[in-house]
Structures are given as structure tokens and as C-alpha cells.
Ligand binder design. Structure first.
Ligand SMILES: Cc1cc2nc3c(=O)[nH]c(=O)nc-3n(C[C@H](O)[C@H](O)[C@H](O)COP(=O)(O)OP(=O)(O)OC[C@H]3O[C@@H](n4cnc5c(N)ncnc54)[C@H](O)[C@@H]3O)c2cc1C
Length: 345
């Protein structure tokens, strides 16, 4: 066996498909517990709203992500990616002014729709400072992607639903249990803490919680963003998210997060929605918001692909390609994501 991939979230899946494309032999070992990729909202948003800036390397990341999910759709015969419009409600006049300044700028034109009268008067939602629409945003059906991709990989006999036991790894003999390997890609998400080879990396737990709600009076067509996001899922059913809880220690859903989300929802609607379910997951985050990608300093055949943070679905496709190209084609990896970079804690 040539490549072992530990973890079957979006990190492990994107590594797997880059390798399969190059006809490399793989096996994925995934215990499938507390998988952030299953809980994630699946929103691909090219804009960071706080300062109306573009998301990191968006012009390269976005086309690769779209292409990746479309290819995956063909392979597993499921629809996974859909375009969405995101409507951002401005939090101040200054934010609206910044939008107007940037909407015509080269580099932003593809992502910020020019403000119209309808945007400023949009009346479906409380709207003090007007709103703007983000173009070229997408939604990934994360639950379907994880479930159906695993089913496909199982059918191909390259997915084992079990825990990877670090004690059973003999790096010198290149054997894991009775499996000989060339390389191991560690893609464990926040559970990397248990990995003796990479647990010194400053990857922390940022817990996120989401509510699935039913609401009769909400606008059903676009994703709404104001302090929280409200993503239409099916008729009258929406995903409401997400919280950010730093240095979390567990996966439990909490009443505090429920209250926080409902309070934020109140900025969008006065309605008290029916709660259908609440979910929690852990984002693997880094102090400088850049992932950790590369090989172990001593054991060059042990690799890490982690720290995907809050945007795993956007960044995993391109970064997994870059990691595989660095190994198979000797291309240089960016120093921005190096495991040796200095990061302030
Ligand atoms: C509430 C919430 C909302 C989010 N919304 C978005 C969003 O809208 N858009 C977006 O792009 N991103 C979003 N994210 C972020 C996204 O979920 C993460 O960036 C991404 O899922 C991380 O993927 P991963 O594969 O690294 O980790 P995970 O998805 O956690 O996968 C790791 C896998 O490794 C397995 N594993 C770990 N250790 C072992 C072991 N020893 N043996 C075997 N298997 C093991 C785990 O069981 C798991 O299946 C959100 C996250 C949360 C929590």
C-alpha cells in the first residue's frame, strides 16, 4: 500500500482525490467521530465582511474549488455544489461606503454586485444601513458530500472506518500494522492533538454551533448575513449559524450558543423560529489563520494537512493539489503555510 490517509473530512477527501487522479494507491483510515466537515455550513464566501476584503488567495482558490466539487459530483453521482447569492446587511454607513468604493475596483468586480436601489430598500429584513449582494458564492451540501464520498470510497475498498493507532506505526520499517506504506498524510482536523509527530503545532479548537430552524416569514432565496448567517435549505427550513468559541474543550451543544444565535437572528427577523436541531463541531484553527502543510522535519514520509480553520471547503481543493505537487513533482510549497514558520500565539 502506498499512501495512507488518516482522516476522512474535507482535508483527507481532497488529498485522496488528488492522489487518485494521479493513479496513486491509497487507503483512508477514518474513525468518523466529531468530523467538522459534516457539521459545517458549507458556505463558500469570497468576501471577508469585517473590512470588505477578499478572502485569502480567492482568485486561485475559487476556480479550483468549483472544479473540484464538480469533478467529485461526476465521480459519486450526486449534486454537491450550488451557486448562492449572499446578501450582507451593512453594520454601519462606513461599511456601505467601503462597498461602494470597492464595487467597481478591478479585483472586486467579480465578487461585489453594484449596489442598487433595491439593495438599500430591501425590506424583507430589518435594514438600517442598506445591504449588498456577494456574487460568485457557493453552497456545498456537506452532509451529502461526506456520506456519499465515504460510501463511494468504501465500495472501492479504500476506506476503513476505524481509529488509526499511533502505537502501531513503525516509521522505520514503513509499516502500519500489517500495511506497508510509502507515505502517511495526517488529516485529523482538531484531533491532531493526539498525533505524537505533529502535536506541537499550534492548532487550537474553535468550536462552532449551528441551529436548523423553521420559519414561515423569512426570505427563501438568498443567504442572509447580519451578525449571523441564515442559509435557506428547503421550504421554510434554514441553517442559522455560527458561533465561534475559542479554546473549546468539548463537542457538546449548549443552551448559551442557542441563545446567542437566537439573539443574533433577532437582528434579521422578529419572529421566534422553531428549532429543529442544534449541532456543534470543532474548527482546527491556527494563530495566523493559515493552515499547516508539509512533511515532518525528520520523517519525510509523514505529512500533515491541517489547520483549515473556518474555510476548509474553500481552501482544501487548491492546497491539497499544491501539497501533492510538492511531493510528486518537486514543486515548492508556499512559506505561508510551512510548518516551520514562526507564528505568534
Ligand atoms: C459550525 C461550523 C461551521 C462551519 N462552516 C463552514 C463553512 O460554511 N464553510 C467552510 O468552508 N468551512 C466551514 N467550517 C470549517 C470546516 O468545517 C473545517 O475547515 C473543515 O471541516 C476541517 O476539515 P478537516 O478534514 O481538517 O477536519 P474534520 O472534518 O474534523 O475531519 C477529520 C477526520 O479525521 C478523523 N480522525 C481524527 N483522528 C483520527 C484517528 N486517530 N484515526 C482515524 N481517524 C481520525 C475524524 O474522526 C474526522 O473524521 C465550519 C466548521 C464548523 C465547526
Amino acid at each position: 500500500m502506498k499512501n495512507i490517509i488518516v482522516g476522512g473530512g474535507i482535508a483527507g477527501i481532497s488529498i485522496a482525490f488528488e492522489l487518485l487522479k494521479r493513479k496513486e494507491e491509497i487507503i483512508i483510515i477514518d474513525k468518523k467521530t466529531n468530523t467538522a466537515s459534516e457539521v459545517a455550513g458549507g458556505i463558500i464566501n469570497p468576501i471577508v465582511f469585517r473590512r470588505t476584503t477578499k478572502s485569502w488567495r480567492i482568485d486561485e482558490m475559487l476556480p479550483k474549488a468549483i472544479n473540484f466539487y464538480k469533478q467529485l459530483e461526476v465521480l459519486i453521482h450526486q449534486q454537491l455544489i450550488s451557486p448562492i447569492t449572499i446578501r450582507r446587511f451593512f453594520s454601519s454607513e462606513q461599511e456601505s461606503d467601503t462597498w461602494v468604493k470597492k464595487q467597481k475596483k478591478e479585483g472586486f468586480k467579480d465578487y461585489l454586485a453594484e449596489l442598487t436601489e433595491e439593495d438599500s430598500l430591501f425590506s424583507e429584513v430589518k435594514n438600517e444601513f442598506g445591504s449588498g449582494r456577494v456574487k460568485n458564492a457557493y453552497w456545498i451540501n456537506t452532509k451529502k458530500l461526506i456520506e456519499e464520498t465515504h460510501a463511494f470510497l468504501k465500495k472501492e475498498n479504500i476506506y476503513k472506518n476505524e481509529s488509526f493507532e499511533y502505537n502501531d506505526l513503525d516509521v522505520n520499517k514503513k509499516k502500519y500494522k500489517n500495511i506497508p506504506f510509502n507515505r502517511i498524510f495526517f488529516c485529523e482536523g482538531h484531533q491532531v492533538k493526539k498525533n505524537p509527530f505533529f502535536n506541537q503545532l499550534p492548532i487550537s479548537w474553535t468550536k462552532g454551533q449551528l441551529l436548523t430552524i423553521r420559519s414561515q416569514n423569512l426570505y427563501n432565496k438568498t443567504l442572509l448575513n447580519r451578525k449571523c448567517f441564515v442559509l435557506p435549505r428547503e421550504k421554510d427550513v434554514f441553517l442559522l449559524g455560527a458561533t465561534y468559541e475559542w479554546n473549546a474543550t468539548n463537542y457538546k451543544t449548549t443552551i448559551e450558543a442557542e441563545s446567542e444565535l437566537l439573539e443574533k437572528f433577532n437582528y434579521i427577523s422578529d419572529e421566534k423560529p422553531e428549532i429543529i436541531c442544534q449541532e456543534a463541531g470543532i474548527r482546527p484553527t491556527t494563530p495566523d489563520r493559515r493552515p499547516f502543510i508539509g512533511c515532518h522535519p525528520t520523517h519525510k514520509n509523514l505529512l500533515i494537512f491541517n489547520g483549515l480553520g473556518a474555510k476548509g471547503y474553500l481552501i482544501a481543493p487548491l492546497l491539497s493539489k499544491e501539497l501533492i505537487e510538492s511531493i510528486l513533482e518537486n514543486k515548492t510549497l508556499s512559506s505561508e503555510t510551512s510548518i516551520h514558520r514562526k507564528v505568534k500565539h
